[in-house]
Design a protein around this ligand. Structure first.
Ligand code: URA
Length: 421
């Protein structure tokens, strides 16, 4: 019997998969020897029966070993589980690098309503995340910040993730945990911070689910020799105001220049940067973060990083955004009780900021700017969002209107950071 068939037989009855069997199936699938139908059956068996920690760790290590492995033991990295308007990588990483914590980061593209750092950076003319290992390594040494697109490392995860996406097996804790950590282990940064998003615009909808994933990510990382910690952050409303590639870059630049940005974004970006510095053993991290922003060092680091990856740093001052702008206004007055992240992400998606299918092209110039935050008191007719772009603009407007819920009584502004470990 083949290892794949044996694994299906064991797992469908709720048994444990031995490490050598997991390695054999993963290697066989990456080599094209295990057919999709057997891998799909095994993934569904894992989805329904689960895996104990040792199996999840073996799966993580097998996927991490399926391609080339980098090693950056001195570097820090962060990973977000994905959200709407999430520009924490664009902001916290230049800050951390400017404070002396080198960053070697693997990033992905957006899929569905969640954005991806690679797409956002590609709003800068000339910018590329397609770096060879030697250029990536040289840039980490010379600039202290490099971002490469996921793909070369952990190729088994890439194949398995694509299969999960079409077989209803994405939302499984051991499969999500092993997928994320295999890529991080293969990239080889020595210090990792996970930002587990929680709320309508995130994978994890409840605080309990988010905590469970955060614990798994940290435990897997530490078992593989990576110092790790995690934050659980809110994703019930978009982070900051901007949702969409060039718009998010503009907001990130404002933060790095020390200009006013929404409080949730400012707080979270500074906190993540400080946590990365502490992971690296840099003391008095909050003060270092403040200095990096007020002195202009963080903004300069971003420009240096952009130029090193082929981007026109001067173009950062004038990123193109769509001239087709329409405002959505509040139908009545009251306190903002909710501005649903998922619906706003969908509005940006239909305007063209993201992909409904992997092969779709992204329009970097479109998106949504949220003009209100939960807890604010607003008047009837007050603009609550600005839409950039013409494609399916009526539908986007409807989605933004549906996202807004109002209350006649006072509403507490939510905290950006829900939990930490
Ligand atoms: N992100 C990943 O990289 N993998 C998952 O399974 C889910 C989110």
């Amino acid at each position: 019997m083949s290892a794949a068939l044996e694994a299906i037989e064991v797992k469908k009855r709720g048994g444990g998969l031995p490490e050598d069997m997991i390695r054999s199936v993963v290697a066989g699938y990456a080599a094209g020897e295990v057919p999709d139908y057997q891998m799909s059956a095994l993934l569904m068996a894992i989805f329904t029966r689960g895996m104990v920690y040792e199996e999840t760790l073996a799966l993580t290590a097998a996927m991490a070993d399926s391609g080339g492995r980098y090693s950056f033991p001195e570097c820090v990295d962060k990973h977000s589980t994905g959200g709407i308007g999430d520009k924490i990588s664009l902001t916290s990483l230049p800050i951390a690098a400017a404070c002396g914590a080198p960053v070697a980061k693997l990033s992905g593209r957006g899929l569905g309503q969640t954005g991806g750092t690679v797409d956002k950076l590609e709003a800068i003319p000339g910018f590329t995340c397609d770096l060879s290992e030697s250029s990536f390594r040289r840039q980490v040494e010379e600039v202290g910040l490099a971002i490469v697109e996921a793909g070369e490392v952990a190729p088994a995860d890439k194949e398995i993730y694509a299969l999960r996406d079409v077989t209803g097996t994405v939302d499984s804790l051991p499969l999500i945990g092993s997928s994320i950590v295999s890529k991080k282990a293969a990239t080889g940064a020595g210090h990792l911070l996970y930002d587990v998003k929680c709320g309508s615009g995130a994978f994890m909808k409840t605080a309990a689910e988010a905590r469970e994933l955060a614990e798994l990510l940290v435990r897997l990382s530490e078992s593989l020799g990576i110092r790790a910690s995690a934050l659980i952050t809110g994703m019930a409303e978009p982070l900051g105001a901007a949702v969409g590639n060039a718009l998010e870059l503009r907001e990130s630049l404002a933060l790095l220049r020390g200009e006013p940005v929404p409080e949730d974004l400012d707080h979270e970006a500074r906190l993540v940067a400080a946590r990365l510095l502490y992971l690296k053993g840099i003391s008095d991290a909050e003060a270092a973060v403040d200095r990096a922003i007020s002195s202009g060092a963080a903004y300069e680091k971003l420009r240096e990083f952009v130029a090193a990856q082929g981007g026109e740093a001067d173009a950062l001052e004038s990123l193109a955004v769509s001239e087709a702008v329409r405002e959505v206004v509040a139908p009545e007055g009251g306190y903002v009780a909710g501005f649903d992240a998922l619906s706003i992400g969908q509005a940006a998606l239909v305007l063209g900021a993201g992909r409904e299918r992997k092969t779709d092209a992204v329009d970097h110039s479109v998106g949504v700017e949220a003009l209100v935050k939960v807890g604010e008191e607003i008047e009837a007719g007050q603009p609550v969002a600005r839409l950039y772009g013409e494609r399916r603009a009526e539908e986007a407007e409807r989605l933004v209107k549906e996202a807004l819920s109002l209350s006649s009584g006072k509403v507490e502004a939510p905290t950006a950071i829900l939990d930490s470990l």
